[in-house]
Design a protein around this ligand. Structure first.
Ligand code: AHG
Ligand code: MN
Ligand code: MN
Length: 334
Protein backbone atom coordinates (compact mmCIF):
# COMPACT_ATOMS: atom_id res chain seq x y z
CA UNK A 1 0.00 0.00 0.00
CA UNK A 2 1.43 3.38 -0.90
CA UNK A 3 0.73 6.06 1.67
CA UNK A 4 0.76 9.80 1.36
CA UNK A 5 3.88 11.63 2.55
CA UNK A 6 4.05 15.02 4.25
CA UNK A 7 5.35 16.55 1.01
CA UNK A 8 2.40 15.22 -0.97
CA UNK A 9 -0.03 16.31 1.73
CA UNK A 10 1.34 19.85 1.78
CA UNK A 11 1.33 20.16 -1.99
CA UNK A 12 -2.30 19.06 -2.03
CA UNK A 13 -3.15 21.59 0.68
CA UNK A 14 -1.51 24.35 -1.36
CA UNK A 15 -2.42 23.49 -4.93
CA UNK A 16 -5.80 21.78 -4.65
CA UNK A 17 -7.29 23.23 -1.48
CA UNK A 18 -5.68 26.66 -1.33
CA UNK A 19 -5.26 26.15 2.40
CA UNK A 20 -1.62 27.33 2.54
CA UNK A 21 0.70 29.48 0.47
CA UNK A 22 3.87 28.20 -1.17
CA UNK A 23 5.97 29.93 1.45
CA UNK A 24 4.02 28.38 4.27
CA UNK A 25 4.54 24.99 2.65
CA UNK A 26 8.28 25.66 2.51
CA UNK A 27 8.23 26.72 6.16
CA UNK A 28 6.53 23.48 7.18
CA UNK A 29 8.94 21.37 5.13
CA UNK A 30 11.85 23.09 6.87
CA UNK A 31 10.35 22.65 10.34
CA UNK A 32 9.72 18.97 9.59
CA UNK A 33 13.36 18.60 8.51
CA UNK A 34 14.58 20.30 11.68
CA UNK A 35 12.37 18.01 13.74
CA UNK A 36 14.00 15.02 12.04
CA UNK A 37 17.42 16.32 13.09
CA UNK A 38 16.20 16.80 16.66
CA UNK A 39 14.77 13.29 16.61
CA UNK A 40 18.19 11.91 15.59
CA UNK A 41 19.86 13.72 18.49
CA UNK A 42 17.21 12.58 20.98
CA UNK A 43 17.64 9.02 19.70
CA UNK A 44 21.42 9.08 20.06
CA UNK A 45 21.37 10.48 23.59
CA UNK A 46 24.64 9.82 25.40
CA UNK A 47 26.35 8.73 22.15
CA UNK A 48 25.90 12.25 20.77
CA UNK A 49 26.76 13.82 24.13
CA UNK A 50 23.41 15.63 24.31
CA UNK A 51 22.25 14.49 27.74
CA UNK A 52 22.67 16.41 30.99
CA UNK A 53 22.77 20.04 31.98
CA UNK A 54 23.87 22.83 29.65
CA UNK A 55 25.07 24.83 32.65
CA UNK A 56 22.96 27.87 31.72
CA UNK A 57 19.54 29.26 32.67
CA UNK A 58 16.86 30.44 30.25
CA UNK A 59 15.02 33.76 30.55
CA UNK A 60 12.45 32.12 32.80
CA UNK A 61 15.09 31.07 35.28
CA UNK A 62 14.91 27.39 34.36
CA UNK A 63 18.14 25.39 34.10
CA UNK A 64 18.67 24.50 30.46
CA UNK A 65 19.46 20.96 29.42
CA UNK A 66 21.94 20.35 26.62
CA UNK A 67 19.12 19.11 24.43
CA UNK A 68 17.08 22.31 25.02
CA UNK A 69 19.99 24.25 23.54
CA UNK A 70 20.71 21.79 20.72
CA UNK A 71 17.05 21.67 19.63
CA UNK A 72 16.82 25.46 19.72
CA UNK A 73 19.96 25.81 17.55
CA UNK A 74 18.68 23.25 15.04
CA UNK A 75 15.39 25.10 14.62
CA UNK A 76 17.11 28.48 14.24
CA UNK A 77 19.75 27.35 11.77
CA UNK A 78 17.31 25.36 9.63
CA UNK A 79 14.82 28.20 9.37
CA UNK A 80 16.87 31.39 9.12
CA UNK A 81 17.99 31.25 5.48
CA UNK A 82 14.90 30.06 3.56
CA UNK A 83 13.32 33.48 3.07
CA UNK A 84 9.99 32.41 4.53
CA UNK A 85 10.32 34.01 7.97
CA UNK A 86 10.44 37.49 9.46
CA UNK A 87 11.53 36.30 12.92
CA UNK A 88 11.44 33.45 15.40
CA UNK A 89 10.65 33.34 19.11
CA UNK A 90 11.53 30.53 21.46
CA UNK A 91 11.01 29.50 25.05
CA UNK A 92 14.80 29.32 25.30
CA UNK A 93 15.59 32.86 24.08
CA UNK A 94 14.86 36.10 25.94
CA UNK A 95 14.07 38.06 22.76
CA UNK A 96 12.86 37.25 19.24
CA UNK A 97 15.51 36.18 16.76
CA UNK A 98 15.43 38.47 13.73
CA UNK A 99 16.37 36.95 10.39
CA UNK A 100 19.99 38.04 9.69
CA UNK A 101 20.33 40.75 7.02
CA UNK A 102 22.25 38.46 4.69
CA UNK A 103 19.08 36.42 4.12
CA UNK A 104 15.76 37.45 2.56
CA UNK A 105 12.97 38.20 5.00
CA UNK A 106 9.55 36.57 4.68
CA UNK A 107 6.09 37.25 6.04
CA UNK A 108 5.73 34.61 8.76
CA UNK A 109 6.63 34.35 12.43
CA UNK A 110 7.65 31.02 13.91
CA UNK A 111 7.33 30.30 17.64
CA UNK A 112 8.55 27.18 19.40
CA UNK A 113 9.17 25.22 22.52
CA UNK A 114 12.20 23.43 21.05
CA UNK A 115 12.25 20.66 23.63
CA UNK A 116 9.16 19.99 25.68
CA UNK A 117 9.45 17.73 28.70
CA UNK A 118 13.05 18.60 29.57
CA UNK A 119 12.87 16.77 32.89
CA UNK A 120 12.29 13.54 30.94
CA UNK A 121 15.36 13.78 28.67
CA UNK A 122 17.88 12.10 30.95
CA UNK A 123 15.50 9.32 31.96
CA UNK A 124 14.70 8.29 28.39
CA UNK A 125 11.01 9.16 28.49
CA UNK A 126 9.23 10.73 25.51
CA UNK A 127 9.87 14.42 24.83
CA UNK A 128 8.78 16.67 21.97
CA UNK A 129 8.84 19.96 20.08
CA UNK A 130 5.86 22.34 19.88
CA UNK A 131 5.50 25.09 17.27
CA UNK A 132 3.13 27.74 16.02
CA UNK A 133 3.04 30.01 12.95
CA UNK A 134 1.68 33.56 12.83
CA UNK A 135 1.55 36.15 10.11
CA UNK A 136 3.82 39.15 10.67
CA UNK A 137 1.55 42.20 10.40
CA UNK A 138 2.52 44.23 7.34
CA UNK A 139 4.84 47.18 7.88
CA UNK A 140 5.52 46.00 11.43
CA UNK A 141 9.04 45.38 12.69
CA UNK A 142 9.24 41.72 13.72
CA UNK A 143 10.04 42.55 17.33
CA UNK A 144 8.42 41.23 20.52
CA UNK A 145 5.20 43.15 19.85
CA UNK A 146 4.62 41.44 16.52
CA UNK A 147 4.37 38.10 18.33
CA UNK A 148 1.70 39.27 20.78
CA UNK A 149 -1.26 37.92 18.83
CA UNK A 150 -4.18 35.89 20.17
CA UNK A 151 -4.11 32.15 19.48
CA UNK A 152 -7.05 32.53 17.08
CA UNK A 153 -4.55 34.22 14.71
CA UNK A 154 -2.39 31.10 14.37
CA UNK A 155 -2.12 29.84 10.80
CA UNK A 156 -0.54 26.53 11.69
CA UNK A 157 0.32 24.66 14.87
CA UNK A 158 2.03 21.35 15.41
CA UNK A 159 4.12 19.19 17.61
CA UNK A 160 6.59 16.37 17.25
CA UNK A 161 6.64 13.55 19.75
CA UNK A 162 9.95 11.71 20.12
CA UNK A 163 8.68 8.43 21.52
CA UNK A 164 9.00 4.81 20.45
CA UNK A 165 7.97 6.34 17.11
CA UNK A 166 8.64 9.92 16.07
CA UNK A 167 5.30 11.46 15.21
CA UNK A 168 4.41 14.84 13.71
CA UNK A 169 0.94 16.21 14.42
CA UNK A 170 -0.24 19.20 12.43
CA UNK A 171 -3.19 21.51 12.01
CA UNK A 172 -3.48 24.02 9.18
CA UNK A 173 -6.89 25.04 10.53
CA UNK A 174 -8.84 22.32 8.72
CA UNK A 175 -8.61 19.38 11.10
CA UNK A 176 -5.66 17.54 12.59
CA UNK A 177 -3.42 15.05 10.78
CA UNK A 178 -0.48 13.01 11.95
CA UNK A 179 2.58 11.59 10.28
CA UNK A 180 4.99 8.89 11.45
CA UNK A 181 8.68 9.20 10.62
CA UNK A 182 9.87 6.29 8.51
CA UNK A 183 13.40 6.15 9.87
CA UNK A 184 14.71 3.99 7.01
CA UNK A 185 13.54 6.31 4.24
CA UNK A 186 13.62 9.55 6.22
CA UNK A 187 10.09 10.39 5.09
CA UNK A 188 7.01 11.48 7.01
CA UNK A 189 4.18 9.08 6.27
CA UNK A 190 0.55 10.14 6.81
CA UNK A 191 -0.72 7.69 9.42
CA UNK A 192 -3.84 9.49 10.66
CA UNK A 193 -5.69 11.79 8.23
CA UNK A 194 -8.31 12.94 10.78
CA UNK A 195 -7.52 12.91 14.49
CA UNK A 196 -10.61 13.35 16.68
CA UNK A 197 -10.75 13.49 20.47
CA UNK A 198 -13.21 10.90 21.78
CA UNK A 199 -16.12 12.53 23.68
CA UNK A 200 -16.36 9.97 26.45
CA UNK A 201 -13.41 9.71 28.75
CA UNK A 202 -12.32 8.06 31.96
CA UNK A 203 -8.82 9.51 32.13
CA UNK A 204 -7.39 12.66 33.65
CA UNK A 205 -3.90 14.16 33.83
CA UNK A 206 -2.73 16.57 36.49
CA UNK A 207 0.34 16.91 38.71
CA UNK A 208 -1.31 16.07 42.03
CA UNK A 209 1.75 17.10 44.05
CA UNK A 210 0.43 20.67 43.64
CA UNK A 211 -3.03 19.88 45.02
CA UNK A 212 -2.60 21.99 48.15
CA UNK A 213 -2.20 25.05 45.90
CA UNK A 214 -5.23 24.41 43.64
CA UNK A 215 -8.34 26.54 43.18
CA UNK A 216 -11.56 25.10 44.74
CA UNK A 217 -12.96 24.31 41.25
CA UNK A 218 -10.00 22.04 40.42
CA UNK A 219 -10.10 20.42 43.83
CA UNK A 220 -13.81 19.68 43.38
CA UNK A 221 -13.31 18.15 39.93
CA UNK A 222 -10.42 15.95 41.06
CA UNK A 223 -12.17 14.88 44.29
CA UNK A 224 -15.14 13.78 42.20
CA UNK A 225 -13.16 11.73 39.69
CA UNK A 226 -11.14 10.10 42.47
CA UNK A 227 -14.38 9.17 44.25
CA UNK A 228 -15.11 7.04 41.17
CA UNK A 229 -18.16 4.80 41.00
CA UNK A 230 -19.22 5.68 44.55
CA UNK A 231 -18.97 9.43 43.88
CA UNK A 232 -21.13 11.91 41.94
CA UNK A 233 -19.61 10.84 38.58
CA UNK A 234 -20.82 7.28 39.07
CA UNK A 235 -17.83 5.71 37.30
CA UNK A 236 -14.16 5.03 37.88
CA UNK A 237 -11.45 7.20 36.34
CA UNK A 238 -7.79 6.50 35.64
CA UNK A 239 -4.87 8.91 36.05
CA UNK A 240 -1.83 9.51 33.80
CA UNK A 241 0.89 12.19 33.95
CA UNK A 242 3.79 11.91 31.50
CA UNK A 243 5.54 15.13 32.51
CA UNK A 244 5.86 16.07 28.83
CA UNK A 245 2.84 18.00 27.62
CA UNK A 246 3.36 16.56 24.12
CA UNK A 247 3.00 13.04 25.51
CA UNK A 248 -0.11 13.89 27.48
CA UNK A 249 -1.75 15.76 24.60
CA UNK A 250 -0.96 12.93 22.20
CA UNK A 251 -2.73 10.53 24.53
CA UNK A 252 -5.78 12.85 24.61
CA UNK A 253 -5.87 12.93 20.81
CA UNK A 254 -5.67 9.16 20.70
CA UNK A 255 -8.05 8.04 23.43
CA UNK A 256 -9.55 11.15 25.01
CA UNK A 257 -9.24 12.60 28.48
CA UNK A 258 -8.51 15.88 30.18
CA UNK A 259 -5.14 17.55 30.84
CA UNK A 260 -4.77 20.32 33.38
CA UNK A 261 -1.97 22.54 34.50
CA UNK A 262 -4.28 24.98 36.28
CA UNK A 263 -3.59 28.20 38.07
CA UNK A 264 -2.26 27.58 41.55
CA UNK A 265 -1.09 29.59 44.54
CA UNK A 266 2.49 28.28 44.61
CA UNK A 267 4.04 31.45 43.23
CA UNK A 268 1.66 34.43 42.90
CA UNK A 269 3.90 35.94 40.21
CA UNK A 270 3.14 32.96 37.93
CA UNK A 271 -0.49 32.54 36.89
CA UNK A 272 0.34 29.09 35.52
CA UNK A 273 3.19 26.78 34.60
CA UNK A 274 2.79 26.55 30.86
CA UNK A 275 3.65 29.25 28.38
CA UNK A 276 0.86 30.84 26.36
CA UNK A 277 2.71 31.38 23.09
CA UNK A 278 4.86 28.24 22.87
CA UNK A 279 2.69 25.63 24.59
CA UNK A 280 -0.89 26.65 25.42
CA UNK A 281 -1.82 28.29 22.11
CA UNK A 282 -0.47 25.70 19.67
CA UNK A 283 -1.86 22.81 21.74
CA UNK A 284 -5.24 24.57 22.13
CA UNK A 285 -5.46 25.12 18.36
CA UNK A 286 -4.75 21.42 17.77
CA UNK A 287 -7.18 20.26 20.47
CA UNK A 288 -10.01 22.47 19.17
CA UNK A 289 -9.36 21.36 15.60
CA UNK A 290 -9.72 17.77 16.81
CA UNK A 291 -13.13 18.53 18.35
CA UNK A 292 -11.96 19.16 21.91
CA UNK A 293 -11.96 22.27 24.08
CA UNK A 294 -9.37 24.39 25.83
CA UNK A 295 -9.82 26.93 28.60
CA UNK A 296 -8.05 28.83 31.34
CA UNK A 297 -10.99 27.95 33.60
CA UNK A 298 -12.51 31.35 32.85
CA UNK A 299 -12.39 31.58 29.08
CA UNK A 300 -11.07 30.19 25.82
CA UNK A 301 -7.25 30.15 25.76
CA UNK A 302 -7.18 30.99 22.05
CA UNK A 303 -8.91 34.32 22.74
CA UNK A 304 -6.43 35.54 25.35
CA UNK A 305 -4.62 38.68 24.14
CA UNK A 306 -0.97 38.15 25.05
CA UNK A 307 0.87 40.93 26.85
CA UNK A 308 4.32 39.34 27.11
CA UNK A 309 6.39 36.98 25.00
CA UNK A 310 7.04 34.51 27.83
CA UNK A 311 3.66 34.86 29.51
CA UNK A 312 2.36 31.86 31.46
CA UNK A 313 -1.24 30.75 31.63
CA UNK A 314 -3.49 28.15 33.30
CA UNK A 315 -4.33 25.30 30.92
CA UNK A 316 -7.35 22.97 30.96
CA UNK A 317 -7.82 21.06 27.72
CA UNK A 318 -9.14 17.85 26.21
CA UNK A 319 -12.51 16.18 25.73
CA UNK A 320 -15.00 19.03 25.54
CA UNK A 321 -17.56 17.72 28.04
CA UNK A 322 -14.93 17.41 30.75
CA UNK A 323 -13.42 20.83 30.02
CA UNK A 324 -16.91 22.38 30.10
CA UNK A 325 -17.51 20.75 33.47
CA UNK A 326 -14.35 22.29 34.97
CA UNK A 327 -15.34 25.69 33.56
CA UNK A 328 -18.79 25.28 35.14
CA UNK A 329 -17.15 24.50 38.50
CA UNK A 330 -15.19 27.74 38.20
CA UNK A 331 -18.39 29.68 37.50
CA UNK A 332 -20.19 28.01 40.40
CA UNK A 333 -17.28 28.70 42.76
CA UNK A 334 -17.27 32.41 41.85
P1 AHG B 1 9.43 22.32 29.31
O1 AHG B 1 10.20 21.06 29.42
O2 AHG B 1 9.36 22.85 27.90
O3 AHG B 1 9.82 23.37 30.31
O4 AHG B 1 7.88 21.98 29.59
C1 AHG B 1 7.54 21.16 30.65
C2 AHG B 1 6.08 21.35 30.91
C3 AHG B 1 5.16 20.37 30.23
O5 AHG B 1 5.72 19.65 29.21
C4 AHG B 1 4.72 19.42 31.31
O6 AHG B 1 3.38 19.10 31.14
C5 AHG B 1 4.94 20.18 32.58
O7 AHG B 1 5.86 21.19 32.30
C6 AHG B 1 5.44 19.32 33.68
O8 AHG B 1 5.53 20.06 34.83
P2 AHG B 1 5.84 19.42 36.26
O9 AHG B 1 7.29 19.07 36.25
O10 AHG B 1 5.48 20.52 37.22
O11 AHG B 1 4.95 18.21 36.40
MN1 MN C 1 7.35 22.74 27.29
MN1 MN D 1 10.94 23.42 26.58
Amino acid sequence: MSRMTLTQYLIEQQRDLNQITGNLRLLLEVVARAVKAISVNVGKGAIAGVLGEAGTDNVQGEAQKRLDVVANEILLLSNEWGGHLAAMASEEMPLPYAIPNRYPRGEYLLLFDPLDGSSNIDVNISVGTIFSVLHCPEGIEPNEKAFLQAGTQQLVAGYALYGPQTILVLTLGNGVVSFTLDREFGTWVLTNPAMRIPEETREYAINASNSRFWDPAIRRYIDEVIAGREGPRGRDFNMRWVGSMVGDVHRLLTRGGIFMYPRDKRDPSKPGRLRLLYEANPMSFIIEQAGGASSTGHGRILEVEPTELHQRIPVILGSSREVERVVRYYTEAA
